[in-house]
Design a binder for this molecule. Structure first.
Ligand code: NFS
Ligand code: SF4
Length: 643
């Protein structure tokens, strides 16, 4: 009798556990591992989120300030406590300043990544980074001509060296404006000029944000936010665009190819090496070193059937796009990958890497290897990566992973079955190629209504939203309504996991989009790369707008970041909206403490840059907002606007 009771309560316990796991993610592979985590008593971001609840409401509203040591100050949003900080700063000022610092941090992350790519490119051109080479000569030459570098009679390395110098100048430029902005449609560039928000040097904009938000400098919310737009633009049309261009020259411009995603890409019998973070400079070498015959032999000696490299986050997207290297997961799956018990090495560089990985790796046999001179974490094996010895270091890293294979504990291993095929590699060049070399077929399809519009869906995961729920449902709604989706970052991985990146997914699309996809043999959701590759979306939008002789803000295009969390996403939001694209955010930015800032972002920006933000956590409602926006643009263009 008693035993029965016990069993009953155990049943209901495991039922609650299961229910809790299902609430966290829509992805079956992630659910499996979340359950394993619970059973093994290891902590994940979701557990820590629960411990943070309720989160600080001052922080959520953006009304606390620590910009000087008279503070911290906080404004009571209900008007019962302080209305001003000690210096007299109001909620509007504090919210705007905090937002500007967030944009600066995001732009800095993308742009510093770009700087490192250019520095590696420069070293390569001087023969000081022997393992790297020029992979896309055509792109090198076209970029050189864009930057006004004469190429006649020079060898490729000389051109590369001069181009690298020109690109490096973009970071430290003191006068003039960023050259990439010339790619924007003329009316857009004119508008930026009139508003005084054409970005100058990349570093200059970021430094100016820090200066303006110092105690007692810029204290006008609108004025502060204009600098936010300019700094965002210095990311999208500067740092990010440069990162994409240089990485394409060094590693090749992505072309369509097939690959696989989700935790099931981890191998049962091979050494699993995960590359996580953002910079392809490292991951490119790791992918190469994993094919080294000496290391493959060592793997065999250690009882492994080979070496399996898989990615997480954008470093994963970079190698996925160029080599078809599989991806093990999105941002919120980084801990889950370790918890499978099958990862020999988790190799990280910069950005979106959870410091929790240190302690977590200690619960398994996983070696947590940090490689960037800029980024260390608790409990890592430090293996600093420098271009001069790139391949040697990559080999060393793989060796550590291989030697760790015998320590894998089979009893602790659970690799989920889920492993989904995907078609990736849709750079702007590849998309134009697929269209036969001109944007006209896409324009015609949009005019006829077969393709109702284009949705750019990007960004992170966030524990505040059920993992991948926002991403997948929003994108499904869009394609169902014949909106062609372009995607990057963790949204792209989420869509891949849900099976939306295969040509067969056109079955989920509306009739018009389905026919277009079938004719071209492409999926209804096009993976354009990592988050810096949102610059590819800007370039593609400009190609469309220029062809039609209009501005980006005239196009039936809308953007969304359904589960965003990072500061980079805020910078992205700033440049996407400044570029004229209406954007829906799925998680609430910390601005609601200021009515003025909120009104500016969600309404008044329309009169300034021809686009604004909306906030909508429900992906179905978010899709409806995007569709309405696209309908409106179609109507203004005199196209059929009746869905
Ligand atoms: Ni983008 Fe890519 Fe993912 Fe968000 Fe992080 S990996 S750079 S920031 S979490 S999409
Ligand atoms: Fe307070 Fe003003 Fe100092 Fe901010 S800058 S902490 S609002 S006194």
């Amino acid at each position: 009798m008693e035993q029965k009771e016990n069993e009953k309560s155990m049943d209901s316990d495991s039922e609650t556990m299961l229910k809790k796991v299902y609430e966290k993610s829509i992805d079956p592979a992630s659910q499996t591992i979340l359950l394993k985590a619970k059973q093994e008593g290891v902590e994940t971001a979701w557990d820590r989120y629960e411990k943070q609840l309720p989160q600080c409401s001052f922080g959520q509203l953006g009304v606390c300030c620590r910009n000087c040591n008279m503070g911290p100050c906080r404004i009571d949003p209900f008007g019962e406590g302080a209305e001003k900080g000690i210096c007299g700063a109001t909620a509007d000022i504090i919210v705007a300043r905090n937002l500007l610092r967030t944009i600066a941090a995001g732009a800095a992350a993308h742009s510093d990544h770009a700087r490192d790519a250019v520095l590696a490119f420069k070293k390569m051109s001087e023969g000081a980074a022997g393992s790297y080479a020029i992979k896309d000569e055509a792109k090198l030459l076209s970029l050189a001509s864009e930057y006004g570098i004469p190429t006649e009679g020079k060898n490729r390395e000389k051109v590369a060296s001069e181009l690298a110098d020109a690109l490096l100048l973009e970071f430290g430029k003191q006068t003039g404006s960023l050259l990439c902005t010339m790619r924007a449609p003329e009316p857009r560039l004119k508008l930026w000029t009139e508003l005084g928000i054409v970005p100058r040097g990349i570093d200059r904009e970021i430094v100016e944000c820090m200066h303006r938000t110092h105690m007692g400098v810029d204290n006008n919310a609108t004025h502060i936010l204009l600098q936010g737009l300019r700094t965002g633009l210095s990311d999208g049309w500067g740092g990010s665009m440069i990162a994409t261009d240089v990485q394409d020259i060094l590693f090749g411009t992505p072309q369509p190819r097939m690959s696989t995603v989700n935790l099931g890409v981890l191998s049962r019998d091979k050494v699993n090496v995960i590359v996580h973070g953002h910079e392809p400079i490292l991951s490119e070498m790791i992918v190469e070193a994993a094919e080294d015959s000496e290391l493959l032999k060592l793997a065999q000696e250690k009882g492994a059937a080979g070496i399996n490299v898989a990615g997480i986050c954008c470093t994963g997207n970079e190698t996925l796009m160029r080599h078809g290297t599989p991806i093990a997961g999105t941002f919120l799956q980084q801990e889950l990958a370790v918890i499978t018990g099958a990862v020999e090495a988790m190799v990280v560089d910069v950005q979106c890497v959870m410091p929790s990985l240190g302690e977590l790796s200690g619960c398994y046999h996983t070696k947590f290897i940090s490689t960037s001179p800029k980024a260390d974490f608790p409990n890592t094996v430090r293996m600093e990566f420098h271009e001069e010895k790139a391949y040697e270091t990559a080999k060393e890293i793989i060796r550590v992973a291989v030697e760790n294979f015998p320590f894998r504990n089979p009893e602790k291993v659970n690799i989920p079955r889920e492993k989904q095929e995907c078609m990736v590699g849709f750079s702007a060049e590849a998309i134009l190629n697929a269209l036969g070399g001109s944007p006209d077929p896409l324009i015609e399809a949009i005019k006829s209504g077969a393709v109702w519009g284009v949705g750019a869906v990007v960004g992170c995961n966030n524990v505040k939203i059920k993992h991948n729920y926002g991403h997948v449902n929003l994108v499904k709604e869009l394609i169902k309504n014949n909106v062609l989706v372009v995607t990057t970052g963790c949204n792209a991985i989420a869509c891949a996991e849900a099976g939306l990146l295969v040509p067969e997914a056109s079955e989920l699309a509306g009739e018009g989009l389905k026919a277009v996809c079938k004719a071209l043999g492409i999926p209804p959701v096009l993976h354009m790369g990592s988050c810096v590759d949102i610059s590819r979306i800007l370039v593609l939008s400009s190609v469309l707008a220029n062809r039609l002789g209009m501005d980006i803000s005239d196009l039936p295009v809308a953007g969304a970041a359904p589960e965003w969390m990072s500061e980079k996403a805020v910078s992205i939001g700033a440049y996407v909206v400044s570029s004229g694209v209406f954007t829906v955010l799925g998680t609430v930015p910390p601005v609601l403490g200021s009515q003025a800032v909120t009104a500016l972002l969600t309404r008044d920006l329309n009169n300034v840059v021809g686009a604004s933000f909306a906030v909508e956590p429900d992906p179905f409602k978010a899709a409806a907002l995007m569709l309405e926006h696209i309908d409106g643009k179609r109507k203004s263009l005199g196209l059929n606007s009746d869905r």
